[in-house]
Ligand binder design. Structure first.
Ligand code: SF4
Length: 201
């Protein structure tokens, strides 16, 4: 299991390119979001002669993603509507259809739909939940304490099976219920993007 993560907006692609073009770096496993997995897959499939930095990426791993917040818009919303200033926020988690914000020993549960307008515009239009361009996708499972891992080719199967064999991962077959849960999330995101795309057409 991952130890957690911290989200912010950074000049990601530029730093990735700098890192990959370093002669010290020979082969990397990339972990990112579905949009980044798509971009890097396209770089691998259709490399630009002058900046073929994706060739060093040996496997692409995507996290499941429902979107990222426009940070200032969202933190301002929390402060104005719930009197929760950013400096008091300890953790943000997703439980089912709710965003759960922990602060000062308390918890605030917000329905995802109620905060949709604080998600980045590009994310509202994005249809990809699992990262269909990745070799491996991983994200929240309905089983407490576990992640759902999708392998999309033989390379991905080998990586996951070898990691399990060497005790880096504990794996078991996903149940139909767990697969249905992920499929519903993927469909929710697809439908959301279609709904908002229709509004701007
Ligand atoms: S919702 Fe789409 S565009 Fe937004 S961060 Fe996730 S994968 Fe990228």
């Amino acid at each position: 299991m991952a130890a957690g993560n911290r989200w912010s907006i950074v000049p990601y692609t530029m730093r990735l390119k700098e890192t990959l073009m370093s002669t010290d770096v020979r082969r990397v496993a990339f972990v990112g979001l579905p949009c980044q997995a798509q971009f890097l897959r396209q770089m691998k499939m259709f490399p630009l002669m002058e900046s073929d930095f994706a060739s060093k990426i040996f496997v692409i791993i995507s996290l499941f993603c429902m979107g990222t917040f426009a940070v200032e818009s969202f933190t301002d919303y929390l402060a104005r509507n719930y009197n929760v200033p950013l400096e008091e926020v300890e953790n943000i988690d997703i439980e089912g259809d709710y965003l759960v914000i922990s602060y000062s020993g308390k918890k605030l549960r917000l329905p995802i739909e109620s905060i949709i307008y604080h998600i980045q515009h590009g994310c509202i239009l994005c249809p990809d939940y699992t990262g269909v361009f990745a070799d491996i996708s991983a994200g929240r499972a309905s089983r407490e304490g576990y992640m759902l891992i999708l392998t999309r080719n033989r390379l991905a199967d080998n990586i996951v099976n070898n990691a399990a064999h060497d005790d880096y991962l504990e794996i078991s077959e996903a149940t139909e219920e767990e697969i249905r849960y992920a499929r519903e999330k993927a469909l929710d995101k697809l439908n959301r993007s279609l709904k908002y795309i229709m509004r701007i057409l």
